[in-house]
Design a protein around this ligand. Structure first.
Ligand code: PLP
Length: 484
């Protein structure tokens, strides 16, 4: 055998063949994206297709073209539908072509952004600096990418815990008579509860405060809860504000919360997964006033900013406190050098739980530059306008009931007297529009989160028409005279 026959690496034997195959894959995916509207939003995977994913691990090789064909047949048509303009469930972005192409570049570069001295790290730092500027944080604020706001919220609770207990808690662990207590509205995302558990503080130490008619945290109720806890010898250490609650899109009074946190010496964290990037929209930005006073802010580029999954982000006012919570430079293999590849002043692994990290920053940097902040802000403003249009249409239909005020881009409503969960499941199976459900005041609501940049007035009409038709079919009524 010649040297060439004994190929041992994983590069292609024929780069031209790989290039042709790669172009076919790119073309297929561009066609797939361009043809979104012609296909159902969602269809349940067939049993035979699922069975093809319950097989033995492959020992032998198979041509990439064949594996790609299997992807196109089995996987691509059966995605979760969030790219489709009719998708309105669970607060998800729709992705973009630019984001997809950036992912290919990042995959090709295969950079590990845990640390060391290379240009991809500079890209992440650039986005951190942009976010600091955008949110009115100091120039030396720190931040980094992570999977999503769930993890960013966890990190923020950890930073606040260490600030309250001292960095020694990293050595001793949380035990004994820890008296810390945190506050958030009862509309807070469940991941904050999980963060209390994972930081060793416990769910019971998160006070879920009553909300007002707008579903915002009640400041008098918060102050009363704090006073009661102080009287009981507990120490308020963290107040979490929500900028866009997951159920109804409510935005807490962030300035009011910042005042209270300041008075109480507690950290002020904002969960901005859903609404923080509203600062890009001139119509939405005024509602987020006070966000610039947060000690930390969690947000998701994969929601309003339409960056493909996943792209969560944490911004922290006090970079030193941030680093104190995560740095672990005692490990010899993580030592920073004065120069060479192991140099570099800023290593993300000192600021978060991950060591190996992909190049999420590239797709965000590329999306922000390619579209421009103003265009992304216009998309966000439009989703909020569509939500208002949907609310108006619901209020004009006597069979429908609007179940919560619309602050941002989430509309909760119901068909009066019908099984609304069944209506939603029927809509999913029909494949044209996909809202989700939530529970408000003990009742099931249809929840439409208008987050996708592709959603337009026709999709809003399709949702309302679909709900009306299904509700009437359920109740055995028909459209009354004068109705469409
Ligand atoms: C989506 C969301 C989260 C969770 O974010 P992930 O990116 O899914 O981890 C947290 N809080 C709010 C308000 C959200 O909308």
């Amino acid at each position: 055998m010649s040297q060439a026959d004994r190929k041992t690496d994983l590069d292609p034997a024929d780069w031209d063949e790989l290039r042709a195959q790669g172009h076919r894959m790119l073309d297929d995916m561009i066609d797939n994206l361009a043809g979104l509207r012609e296909r159902p939003l969602w269809q349940a995977p067939q049993a035979e297709a699922r069975a093809r994913y319950r097989v033995e691990p492959p020992r032998a090789p198979q041509p990439l073209a064949e594996v790609h064909a299997q992807f196109m047949a089995d996987i691509a048509p059966f995605g979760s539908g969030n790219r489709h303009p009719g998708f309105m469930g669970w607060v998800q972005g729709g992705g973009t072509a630019v984001g997809m192409l950036a992912e290919m570049l990042a995959g090709g570069l295969d950079a590990n952004l845990g640390g060391r001295d290379h240009m991809p790290i500079e890209v992440e730092r650039q986005v951190v600096a942009w976010m600091a500027k955008l949110f009115g944080f100091p120039d030396d604020a720190s931040g980094l990418f992570m999977t999503g706001t769930s993890l960013a919220n966890l990190c923020a609770v950890l930073i606040a815990r260490d600030r309250a207990l001292g960095a020694d808690v990293r050595h001793t662990g949380v035990h004994g008579d820890v008296r810390l207590v945190a506050y958030a509205s009862k509309g807070v995302h469940a991941c904050i509860l999980r963060a209390m558990d994972m930081t060793g503080l416990g769910w019971d130490r998160l006070r879920l405060i009553e909300t007002d008619a707008q579903h915002r945290i009640s400041l008098p109720a918060l102050e009363a809860a704090i006073a009661a806890d102080r009287a009981a010898g507990l120490k308020p250490f963290l107040i979490v504000g929500t900028a866009g609650s997951v159920d109804v899109g409510a935005v807490d009074d962030l300035s009011g919360l910042a005042d209270i946190a300041g008075r109480e010496g507690a950290a002020f964290h904002v969960d901005g997964a859903l609404g923080a990037l509203g600062v890009l929209s001139p119509q939405v930005a005024p509602r987020l006033k006070g966000i610039e006073r947060a000690d930390s802010l969690a947000l998701d580029f994969h929601k309003l900013a339409q960056v493909p999954y996943d792209a969560g982000f944490l911004l922290v006012r006090d970079a030193a406190a941030h680093k104190r919570t995560f740095t672990y430079s005692e490990a010899a293999y993580l030592r920073h050098a004065e120069r060479g590849l192991a140099g570099g002043a800023w290593w993300p692994c000192d600021y978060g739980p991950d060591l190996s990290r992909g190049f999420r920053a590239l797709k965000v940097w590329m999306s922000l530059k390619t579209y421009g902040l103003d265009a992304l802000g216009a998309v966000i403003g439009r989703t909020c306008e569509l939500a208002q249009a949907l609310a108006a249409r619901i209020e004009a239909e006597p069979e429908l009931e609007l179940m919560a005020p619309v602050a941002l881009d989430i509309v909760c409503f119901a068909y009066r007297g019908a099984d609304n969960a069944a209506i939603v499941a029927d809509l999913h199976e029909a494949g044209r529009v996909a809202p989700s459900t939530t529970t408000l005041g003990g009742r099931t609501a249809i929840r439409a989160a208008i987050v996708n940049h592709r959603t337009g007035p026709a999709d809003i009409e399709a949702l309302v028409d679909g709900v009306l038709a299904l509700g009437r079919a359920q109740l055995g009524t028909s459209a009354k005279a004068g109705d469409r």
